[in-house]
Design a binder for this molecule. Structure first.
Ligand code: AN7
Length: 347
């Protein structure tokens, strides 16, 4: 069952809204064994959003946005994307037999995300310039032509994405003390905060989490307090210089008593290897920015060791493997019989 069916009464859908789903959501909340132990944390969980049908959290909001677009009679979906939104939009368009036209910054998105959009049958337009420029272009397009814009400036995207917060509270029986996630265009932090507040108001949790956002150092407009003209980071998903939901992110931070900080590309790549090699969870670079920040917060004594912490792993590591494997030992070339192999491998 997808998120619309599961959380129907908390979403802006009616009997007139078509059911759209790819069985998204219901992702695992994996309890950390080894990172928690090494940091001395009592309860650390990873919300593994890479297990959504297109490999990222975007599917939660996309199904609602596409359902509402269909309900309104739209036939064409458009978005700008650093990769995951385009993959998700393309998949749901295929599912509903709609057209999808996705705009990506030329040469800047991970190959596997591009392959998804192409395979699902979207028209992929590579625009010169960065994501921020592509978003400005599609917003203009959507203002003047009969197309449905499915970036997170579409309020239905945020509505669908808030269901991840519901799932965490449903799984833990309470809200965590800290919720850490990456911040790019800032739709997701806005959505989680809304979800936690709605569940709190409905009496489903006694507490609210502190919201902790991670940006990449070279693409940290919210941390700097001003747009970044030429964002740079290895985490291409969050290579965004002027987030559309800026206000939503700062409200989530300030109302929850949280923080938004930047981590370096080196910290991101280190965290990615640690997560994969000590927990068996492979997440894309953007997704591990909050884990890199967690290391810093614990090291500096800014996060209580008996707190319950959830780190959202927003996208699968298989989205962008090239960047990851550049930093680990390559396969070894060996040949020979079992005996000589065993000797070489010290078995
Ligand atoms: C894996 O696909 O913006 O702060 O166009 O793919 O809600 O933007 C992706 C963003 C985090 C940031 N992690 O979320 C896009 C796009 C992953 C992402 C983010 C993205 P927002």
């Amino acid at each position: 069952m997808g998120v619309i069916a599961r959380y129907r009464e908390r979403l802006p859908v009616t009997d007139a809204t078509p059911m759209v789903d790819l069985d998204e959501g219901s992702t695992p909340l994996v309890e950390s064994r080894n990172i928690a132990a090494s940091l001395g944390l009592r309860r650390l969980f990873f919300k593994y959003e890479g297990l959504n049908p297109t490999g990222s959290f975007k599917d939660r909001g996309m199904c609602v946005a596409v359902a509402k677009a269909l309900e309104a009679g739209s036939k064409v979906l458009v978005c700008a994307s650093t990769g995951n939104t385009s993959a998700s939009a393309a998949a749901y368009a295929a599912r509903c037999r709609m057209r999808a036209v996705v705009f990506i910054p030329s040469g800047e998105i991970a190959l596997n995300k591009l392959s998804q959009a192409l395979m699902y049958g979207a028209k992929v337009v590579a625009l010169k310039g960065n994501f921020d420029r592509a978003l400005a272009t599609v917003r203009e397009l959507a203002d003047s032509y009969p197309v449905a814009l499915v970036n997170s400036v579409n309020p239905y995207r945020i509505e669908g994405q808030k269901t991840a917060a519901f799932e965490i509270v449903d799984a833990l029986g309470e809200a965590p003390d800290y919720l850490l996630l990456p911040v790019g265009n800032a739709g997701n932090i806005t959505a989680y905060w809304r979800g936690f507040r709605e569940y709190h108001e409905a009496g489903k949790s006694a507490n609210l989490p502190r919201m902790v956002g991670a940006q990449a150092e070279g693409a940290a407009p919210i941390v700097l307090g001003r747009p970044v003209e030429n964002p740079k980071t290895v985490a291409t998903a969050i290579k965004i210089g002027n987030p559309a939901s800026w206000e939503g992110a700062t409200s989530a931070r300030d109302e929850s008593g949280g923080l938004i900080e930047a981590v370096s590309d080196t910290e991101i790549l280190q965290a990615q290897i640690r997560l994969a090699s000590t927990e068996g969870l492979f997440a894309e670079p953007a997704s591990v920015a909050p884990l890199a920040l967690l290391y810093r917060l614990v090291r500096e004594g800014r996060l209580e060791k008996d707190a319950t912490t959830v780190v959202v792993l927003t996208g699968s590591g298989l989205k962008d493997p090239d960047v990851a494997i550049a930093n680990v030992e390559p396969p070894v070339e060996l040949d020979g019989d079992a005996r000589s192999l065993a000797k070489a491998l010290k078995l």
